[in-house]
Write a protein that binds this ligand. Structure first.
Ligand SMILES: NC(=O)c1ccc[n+]([C@@H]2O[C@H](COP(=O)([O-])OP(=O)(O)OC[C@H]3O[C@@H](n4cnc5c(N)ncnc54)[C@H](O)[C@@H]3O)[C@@H](O)[C@H]2O)c1
Length: 326
């Protein structure tokens, strides 16, 4: 088999930075395809030696020719597709959101097909589902009814359909993963970035108010990155999409984990507001049946690791908390 090489789209983002870090540590050649904005998340997550091993191609996922050329230049044998605009950006500009999230995903599948790469992994989202009150009690399986309430969720739903058709028509298999709330270093934008911003505030000794409440699933960015890599290395027939579960907790438990990691933050992190417009609890039995054991860091540990990394980065002048806290 030819040498393993990865193309990771959107890897100047949070999950992507952790994917690239893990691959760099393994010594696997990796190429980032991203618009080419700031590399601050990479610098927060990778050290200089790891960063040197990564190739960055500046390109727009909405541009088919650029995607095809980028894939060819990378020589990739595996693809992880993460590039997307998150909920608030899709709301602010639905037309751009559709181009990036929907057309961009079609472009990746098409480029993979033309390059003869038979499998890819992409990020879907909990946002394909409706609100918690749209479902009964208990955790939601992979095939629960979808009724997205955001443009972003509708676009993710379209991507799951695109993946299915590329399998049916072209034999390109895929695995879609549905994260909920990613937390950890690099998570500085998007609807559910509040918990991580609060961790930064705690590390910086500043107060912070999280503008939503309720129970939700949280996944540690490093765990999620390792899961994407695992899925890319486990080609299987079809186009399954799997829920991620992580730690399902109430907001008060998240704040308690932050306070445990930074006792001086006690009473400084507050929250209020409506719950997220998503179901509270996803079932990841399908994921575990397909992939076996999946990476899982308990919330208290993941929060402690995140707060510590933020502390060190702030102390070393490698991170400006204002970027997270506004
Ligand atoms: N963060 C979460 O909690 C969460 C939850 C569910 C699903 N997801 C999905 O996981 C994936 C990664 O999330 P993240 O938190 O790392 O996102 P992020 O916002 O941190 O990063 C997204 C990256 O995509 C890049 N990008 C945007 N438009 C592009 C374009 N036209 N061409 C090329 N690159 C472009 C951005 O520059 C950015 O680096 C996304 O698909 C997201 O929808 C994330």
């Amino acid at each position: 088999m030819s040498e393993e090489r990865f193309l990771v789209t959107g890897a100047l983002g949070c999950i992507g930075a952790w994917v690239v870090r893990n691959l760099a540590r393994e010594g696997v050649p990796t190429t980032i395809f991203d618009l080419g904005g700031s590399a601050h998340r990479l610098r927060l997550v990778l050290d200089d030696a790891e960063l040197e091993r990564v190739q960055i191609i500046k390109g727009d996922i909405t541009d088919m020719a650029a995607v095809e050329a980028g894939l060819a230049e990378s020589g990739a044998t595996r693809i992880i597709h993460l590039a997307a605009l998150q909920v608030p950006f899709c709301k602010a500009d639905p037309s751009l959101g559709a181009r990036v999230n929907v057309v961009g995903t079609v472009n990746l599948f098409e480029a993979a097909k033309r390059a003869g790469i038979g499998h890819l992994v992409y990020a879907s989202s909990v946002a394909v589902y409706g609100r918690s009150e749209d479902y009964g009690e208990g955790s939601l399986g992979d095939d629960a009814a979808q009724s997205p309430r955001t443009h972003y969720g509708v676009y993710k739903q379209a991507n799951e359909g695109t993946a299915r058709v590329y399998w049916l028509d072209e034999g390109v298999s895929s695995i879609g993963l549905r994260p909920y709330t990613i937390y950890g270093p690099g998570r500085d934008q998007g609807l559910t970035s509040g918990p991580t911003r609060a961790m930064v505030a705690a590390a910086a000794g500043r107060p912070y108010h999280i503008p939503f409440s309720g129970r939700q699933g949280l996944q540690y960015a490093d765990d999620t990155a390792r899961l994407f890599i695992q899925a890319a290395r486990t080609p299987r027939a079809g186009a399954p999409v799997f829920n991620l579960r992580g730690s399902v907790v109430a907001m008060g438990e998240i704040v308690a984990a932050i306070e445990a990691a930074a006792p001086a933050a006690r009473g400084q992190i507050t929250f209020a507001g409506p719950p997220l417009p998503f179901p509270e609890e996803l079932d990841d039995a399908g994921l575990r049946a397909a992939l076996g054991e999946v990476p899982f860091t308990p919330l208290v540990e993941g929060v402690a690791q995140s707060v510590e990394r933020f502390r060190q980065a702030i102390a070393a002048g490698r991170m400006d908390p204002a970027g997270y806290l506004g």
